[in-house]
Design a protein around this ligand. Structure first.
Ligand SMILES: N[C@@H](CCC(=O)N[C@@H](CS)C(=O)NCC(=O)O)C(=O)O
Length: 265
């Protein structure tokens, strides 16, 4: 069954839409859904806003029956619509275990984004501790549910599709905050994270694209808005991120458009 009616509107470097791309890649069904690119640095098309009932958050997915929002909802919809193979755990109990881990994704995501967006150097260590507390929770959960394994189950599944895009975005913490998991106490979550990052179905973005695109988040400004004194967003499509220099790692000394290789069209 070919379904050209399934259309996702997304921001290409967005972790929430990468979840959908990973799920489709795991199923070998990437071409069943058309992805339409939205430029987050430009005013949103009113027709798209109407589709999402005024919400600017992406991704949204158009289906023959109506519009769906929220990446976790769309993930489960796609998993059930194209059930061969199911990516969620097949057994109800294991699916519930998977759901316990997925229930933590919001707090995990928020801790990383708050940390990179913090502009008060004196508070950096508090944000680091909050991030480490999130990793410590996952460490404990995996040590409980899958102590000797790599993934939560015997394969890359739904929880991995949910968390891997965040592990990738958090390359911005390594770059702008020198954040690293401590050598002691995080072996299980480190094993999980490394296997997630290396999985062939999850290679839609790379570290360089993320570090360059998210520079403005490190300036405390998200979603394509402009930091003070700047004219071009780090999320701009042109010049292409590959053609721009790596941004300065010291986020407290703001760079100019020119230093970032950003030139107004
Ligand atoms: N909870 C939502 C979050 C979606 C979200 O925040 N998307 C960001 C892009 S990464 C966005 O659309 N930002 C632009 C905006 O909200 O205006 C989901 O899981 O789909």
């Amino acid at each position: 069954m070919h379904s050209p009616e399934l259309i996702v509107h997304h921001i290409p470097v967005c972790p929430f839409s990468q979840r959908l791309e990973i799920l489709l890649a795991l199923k070998g069904l990437r071409d069943r859904v058309a992805f339409r690119v939205v430029d987050v640095t430009r005013p949103r098309d009113p027709a798209l806003l109407r589709l999402a009932r005024g919400s600017t958050a992406l991704p949204i997915m158009r289906t023959p029956q109506g519009v769906l929002r929220e990446s976790l909802v769309i993930l489960r919809y796609l998993d059930e619509l194209f059930p061969a193979p199911m990516i969620a755990a097949p057994d109800p109990y294991r699916r519930a275990v998977e759901a316990m881990l997925i229930a933590r994704e919001g707090g995990f995501t928020a801790a990383g984004y708050r940390y990179v967006m913090n502009r008060d150097r004196a508070r950096s260590s508090a944000f680091r501790d909050a991030m480490l507390a999130q990793y410590a929770w996952i460490e404990d959960f995996l040590a409980w549910q899958s102590p000797g394994g790599v993934f939560l189950s015997d394969r890359f599944g739904l929880a991995e599709a949910v968390f891997t895009p965040m592990f990738m975005r958090f390359w911005f913490l390594e770059y702008y905050e020198d954040f690293a998991l401590p050598a002691q106490g995080f072996a299980r979550v480190r094993r999980w994270r490394e296997a997630c990052l290396a999985h062939p179905a999850a290679q839609q973005v790379c570290r360089e694209e993320i570090v360059k695109s998210y520079y403005d988040y490190a300036q405390g400004v998200g979603n394509g808005a402009l930091p003070p004194g700047r004219g071009v967003s780090s999320f701009a499509f042109a010049p292409h991120w590959r053609e721009r220099p790596w941004p300065p790692r010291d986020k407290y000394a703001p760079a100019t458009d020119a230093m970032l290789g950003l030139i107004a069209p």
